[in-house]
Write a new protein. Sequence first.
Length: 401
Amino acid sequence: MKLTNKFIGISGATLMALSAFNATASSVFAETTANNGAEVENTIKEKQADEKATKQNDKQTVSVNKNSSIGPGYYSSNAGFQNIAQPSIFMSFYMASYQTNFLNQIKAGALASKAKGVLPSITAAQAIIESGWGTSKLSTLGNNLFGIKGSYNGQSITFPTSEYAPGRGYYTINAAFRKYPSWSASVEDHANFFIDNPRYHNILGKTDYHEVARLIQQDGYATAPNYAAQLINAIDTYGLAAWDHEAGGSAVASTPVGTVPEPEQIAQIVYKPGYGVLAFQNTGKSIAGSNYKFKDGTRWKVVNTKVINGEEMYLVGNNTYIPKKYTSHYDNGIITIHYQPNYGVNALHADGTQVQGSNKVFKTGTRWNVKYTRVINGEICYLVGNDEYIPKKYTQWGKGE
């Protein structure tokens, strides 16, 4: 800092004193800067050392081993039934943050498993037990919650495992395990385990988690005598049964197969007596005053069908569409699978690809709630689960004829 007596009008003696102060201050600043620089450098070195130690610890991964009491995979020592609390009326209001985070991250995958016939509650309970709430090494480094070997979309991670062979005893090998992009992907893939193994087909499409838990134990998924009870305990304790309902697509009932689909040439308006419903243009815009025309009980000839605003509508006039939900063909939003007796149909994803194995769930005669309607691959399809659509051509509304 340079001071001039021209600017502030001070004496030469005072200026000399200030100069001396400035020199001292500069010296102190330089020393402090040097010390701070040394501290920063030391901090960086310490951080780098910590990171190096962390990486070395990650390399020295503990082995994962079989534990048939909780499932068919390979698990860390922190997996097991000890991860489940006892049922409590307070549990639904209080969970540790890591538990809440875990459930939030697996929920989408668990809900998606419903379309494959596996209850979300069951899959979530198994994920808790087999991954220790996502704390196992396989879970944290490979997002593999169920200890499944192999690769997923070409991705794998290597872990030492303890194996046993007659005449050789126990020995350790490095084995490849599936590496998933997320916990949710691991959960959704786990549903395929039940589809790919015929002995578990008796659980597909079941809606009672108590029954499914007992069947899974009966089928030999785990050897613990209280395995079913532990699954049920986890579902009850953490309120996971709500996921089964949230997933939608729950089978409503079944109807006799072989019925003829109800014809849709005529649509009768079903609304409040004395009132009417609004019609729509193909742009999705409602037609003002049309509710005075399309009153409850009136019948209209259906020219065509179109999806507008995410729902199916009937063309009953010049660019005039009536929402199907306000007609006699709606059946409270429930469709019945209409295919060959004792066979099912494959659902589609929104991108047009098939939901593999879903034909074991969507069998002829089963009934499903419709959540949304869209056109996929050029045909009308009904959303009955989480990104699982049934083509209209394989369904009927109402009881048929």
